[in-house]
Design a protein around this ligand. Structure first.
Ligand code: GLN
Length: 248
């Protein structure tokens, strides 16, 4: 049984990031893989089952401030332990920012992060705009190192700077982490962070399957994921990527 742990489901669902939960659940059900979704809210412990996938969606500064405190104790430590143990985690935008060391809000409040990624996020300067729009990213697929494209939508004021941390990919079109260094997101072990809403996974089925595969392989190293007919998902991807320079 794959357990999807949906962190702060009601608070961190900006731009429908809940679609990531639906995409993973459906791609498991279509393959006959038993799957359940567990909401993990404020004050609730993270309870890994051994075959897990943790999702942390996007949210406004107000929600981030509310849950930064919730993450500062044992819950954050539990999430760090999950990642160090090779657990699969996907953080999007506000959730991604809180997977780093800190997020400094435009009001000057420094929100502590979980410290999964060596990165920090700064607010936009008064004369800087929010980073908004469709994004196309070249991502090196884990294991095969094949370069695949990922598409999504970003809307963030924060500028994220990576320390000793690999990006998820390189921006082909759009802004990414900070609109300056060409990086988008972050990746370490089986933890992924990204600014891409959309929601991300329905339009990028190979990435969805990569997350499911990594989670199921932790229970059975020989597990192979059966392919699905991704015609509809490919059309959804191309409906956005075709508008962007650099699409393949
Ligand atoms: N509040 C954060 C920012 O604006 C993240 C927003 C989001 O999750 N889209 O940078």
């Amino acid at each position: 049984m794959l357990t999807i742990h949906h962190l702060y489901a009601d608070m961190m669902n900006l731009y429908g990031d809940r679609g990531n939960v639906i995409s993973i659940r459906k791609r498991c059900e279509w393959r006959g893989i038993p799957v359940e979704v567990v909401d993990v809210g404020l004050g609730e412990r993270v309870r890994p089952t051994g075959c897990d996938l943790f999702l942390f969606g996007g949210g406004q500064d107000r929600e981030q401030a509310l849950l930064a405190d919730d993450l500062s104790g044992s819950k954050g430590a539990d999430l760090r332990a999950v990642v160090e143990d090779g657990g699969v985690v996907l953080g999007v935008c506000g959730g991604y920012q809180l997977m780093g060391h800190s997020y400094l809000t435009p009001e000057g409040e420094k929100l502590p992060g979980v410290g999964i990624f060596d990165l920090h996020t700064e607010p936009r300067k008064p004369d800087e705009a929010r980073l908004i729009g469709n994004v196309l990213v070249d991502v090196e697929a884990p294991e095969t190192a094949e370069v695949r494209q990922v598409v999504g939508f970003e809307n963030h004021g924060g500028r994220t700077y990576l320390g000793d941390c690999e990006p998820l990919g390189r921006v082909i079109s759009g802004y990414g982490n900070n609109g300056k260094d060409g990086t988008e997101g972050a990746r370490r072990l089986n933890a992924y962070g990204t600014y891409l809403h959309g929601s991300l996974l329905p339009k990028n089925p190979w990435l969805t399957d990569q997350l499911i595969h990594s989670a199921l392989r932790r229970e059975d190293e020989s597990f192979e994921l059966q392919p699905l007919d991704d015609t509809a998902e490919r059309r959804a991807f191309e409906s956005v990527s075709a508008q962007l320079p650099g699409h393949r």
